[in-house]
Design a protein around this ligand. Structure first.
Ligand code: TXA
Ligand code: MG
Length: 396
């Protein structure tokens, strides 16, 4: 059941860094809303912007160019929630140093407060104000990969709110490579907290349609700039200890990180659901469709034959989320197929993975069958998402 439309007041207290621009922010939002014919959406009343519970506004970059980004920045700057594209997946943005705005992310996503958020920055300099120290390794990685799909976990500065870090002594920071995300962040001029823009534990969004399928009516706007190029989330790397620890495989590969750092990088491991997480977001069940996902591991023909028998024996029709070469094995079946692309092209598979999960999830099938891809590079990130989407269960 959908929750009642949210009524959002702009938070009463602003941190010191935000105060000088506050009244400009209100005026900008009010004027932009007026100009865009959205008077019913926001009412500018006695210094307050009130959300009236309308459906989420869709701002199209392809149609309106920088004007769409400008409006998204004005809404974010006024404390509202705006989903935006990054090179990995769509993020759900809010002012990252503004407690009330950040808390609304958790409410909209139904995300537990124990799962910390990544702060997105538009310049490297912003990181200095968010952490106690920028280690040399972090500087090297920022120079190599930023803007790009690498989130760095560093020791947090006191000004980063507890709700962003889930009370941890660390904070994750990242500069996304998507030109629209960068333009948005630079316009906002402050760190933006942004988890993936999906309901908690559900499949991540790679299009504005995916965002709206989960969050329509719960957030003020989505900045639509088409499908995200990479398709899986950033690599999360913990740089606090003597040895770097890979917390989540993603767009930057383990091997490449070791090559650049010239040292061993620990992990990643599929952490069981128990206390004492190094990264609270590493749950066994995550990225999951609502339809059961039956995941197979073997790369051989026997595994494919077993999958075919399982599909044939299933009640009702099944969904097949497979690489191009695997699909001919299933032509005789009453199955809905989603072609992820050739096995040798993990970048295509990553790009299509979440769309495939969501498409088959909406196709009314009894189960989705998938199998792991070859390991290494982006393959590790794809397999990590598949394993978590299947709640850690591999069919034997
Ligand atoms: O590509 C991405 O990283 C996307 C886009 C929007 O930037 N964001 C994203 O955020 O995937 P989210 O919240 O869905 O995943 C962030 C992951 C979670 O597993 C979280 O637990 C972990 O990063 N994380 C965040 N802050 C952390 C911290 N201080 N220490 C350890 N893990 C942290
Ligand atoms: Mg997520």
């Amino acid at each position: 059941m959908r929750p009642p439309p949210c009524r959002v007041r702009r938070p009463a207290a602003s941190p010191a860094w935000h105060r000088p621009t506050r009244s400009y922010g209100y005026c900008a939002v009010a004027l932009l809303c007026w100009g865009a014919g959205h008077r019913e959406l926001l009412r500018h009343r006695a210094g307050r912007v009130t959300w009236t519970g309308s459906p989420t506004e869709r701002l199209s970059v392809q149609r309106d160019g920088e004007a769409a980004v400008e409006r998204a920045a004005a809404l974010l700057g006024a404390g509202f929630l705006v989903a935006f594209p990054t090179e990995t997946v769509y993020g759900l943005g809010a002012l990252g140093l503004h407690v009330a705005a950040v808390q609304r992310i958790f409410a909209a996503k139904e995300r537990p407060a124990s799962d910390p958020l990544i702060l997105h920055v538009g310049t490297v300099e912003e990181v200095e104000g968010l952490v106690t120290r920028v280690p040399d390794r972090a500087r090297l990685l920022m120079a190599t990969y930023w803007p790009g799909p690498l989130s760095l976990v560093l020791r947090r500065a006191a000004r980063v709110p507890d709700c962003v870090t889930a009370g941890l002594d660390s904070v994750a920071v990242r500069m996304p490579a998507h030109p629209t995300a960068l333009s948005l962040l630079r316009r906002v001029g402050a760190p933006v907290a942004a988890p993936s823009a999906n309901l908690f534990s559900h499949t991540s969004p790679t299009t504005a349609e995916h965002v709206l399928a989960d969050l329509d009516g719960r957030i003020e706007a989505v900045l639509d700039d088409g499908p995200t190029p990479l398709g899986v989330e950033s690599t999360v790397l913990d740089l606090r200890g003597d040895e770097p620890v890979l917390l989540r495989p993603g767009g930057v590969s383990h091997a490449h990180l070791e090559h650049i750092l010239g040292c061993t990088v620990c992990g990643p491991a599929l952490v069981p659901d128990s206390a004492g997480f190094r990264s609270p977001g590493l749950l066994t069940r995550h990225y999951s469709p609502r339809t059961p996902l039956w995941l197979f591991a073997g790369q051989d023909a026997a595994t494919l034959a077993r999958m075919s028998r399982t599909a044939a024996g299933a009640l009702g029709s099944v969904g097949l989320l497979l690489c191009t070469e695997d699909l001919p094995e299933f032509t005789d079946l009453n199955a809905r197929c989603f072609d992820l692309g050739p096995r040798a092209h993990p970048e295509q598979i990553a790009h299509r993975l979440y769309d495939g999960l969501r498409t088959l999830d909406g196709a009314g099938v009894t189960a989705i069958l998938a199998r792991l891809v070859p390991r290494g590079g982006l393959g590790d990130a794809i397999n990590d998402r598949l394993v978590r989407a299947a709640a850690g269960e591999i069919q034997s």
